[in-house]
Ligand binder design. Sequence first.
Ligand code: C2E
Ligand code: CA
Ligand code: CA
Ligand code: CA
Length: 282
Amino acid sequence: AKAAGRRTFIRYDDAMDVSIRQRATTAGALRKVIDRGELHLVYQPRLALATSRITGVEALLRWTSLEHGEIPPSVFIPLAEESGLILEIGEWVLREACLTLQRWRQHGLADLSIAVNMSVLQLLRGNFPDVVRRVLADTGIPPSALELELTESVLMANAVQTANKLQAFREIGVSLAIDDFGTGYSSLAYLKRLPITTIKIDKEFIGDLSRDPDDAAITSTVITMAHSLGLNVVAEGVETEAQFDFLRAKGCDEVQGFWVSAPRDAHECMSFIQHWGRARTV
Ligand code: C2E
Ligand code: CA
Ligand code: CA
Ligand code: CA
């Protein structure tokens, strides 16, 4: 957690929270945030357990406000959703992530894929499939190298509507992941109906694996169930060797978390992955 530790997150008292809300909820203010370059992406590697190789990264959005310092996504993503600006920000994130991947691919990381978080507004309101098609064409990233992540709560709240919308992305050829799996109310029937490719087990279950037998049971059941449906399983928030070993023993496909690497800036992440690859071939 070296990269994360270096950043000092500001504390929010109520007054600051109100002031950030007042500024950020005006569309003009958040748009300036993009223009002034206050947004950037960090990238967290995903490791395949069968090969011990890094297969891809997840792009995570950061806002370093000139006035307030670093503001966590849990604070500003909801604001961006309220104001509708998440559509614009989401498009910026997608393009930036694909441009980074394109650069890495030119530096020898040819097989790497990228996962991008998608807000429900992008799914339901925007013309996002067209945006995705355009960004892939502009950056030369093959659709198979892009995965879009949607949180479970979002998918289940609009199950019928979302199933249809999701199909448009599958037709482009991108992968689709259910994020934070286990925190909502998914049923097997729904999972079967949604055209998804990947399940990401929520870090809440992973964090308690060694202490809570229920979480261990849930995790191994989800892995078995996902595999029987032909889905790829990723565990997020893997922080310890014990969690890593448990997940490998249960046949989980990929892990993501501080045990492998905290999220890193683009250049740092590229070096990390290149070094990882070299270390593996020795
Ligand atoms: P998420 O998609 O579930 O992302 C994983 C979160 O877990 C990230 O928090 C990541 O930094 C953190 N994390 C990674 N490894 C570990 C670990 O080993 N232990 C623990 N405890 N945490 C770990 P982050 O970056 O603060 O992002 C929070 C959430 O904000 C994300 O959760 C995602 O829902 C949302 N988000 C981030 N970027 C975007 C974006 O570009 N668009 C949208 N719509 N949402 C985003
Ligand atoms: Ca995610
Ligand atoms: Ca998650
Ligand atoms: Ca628990």
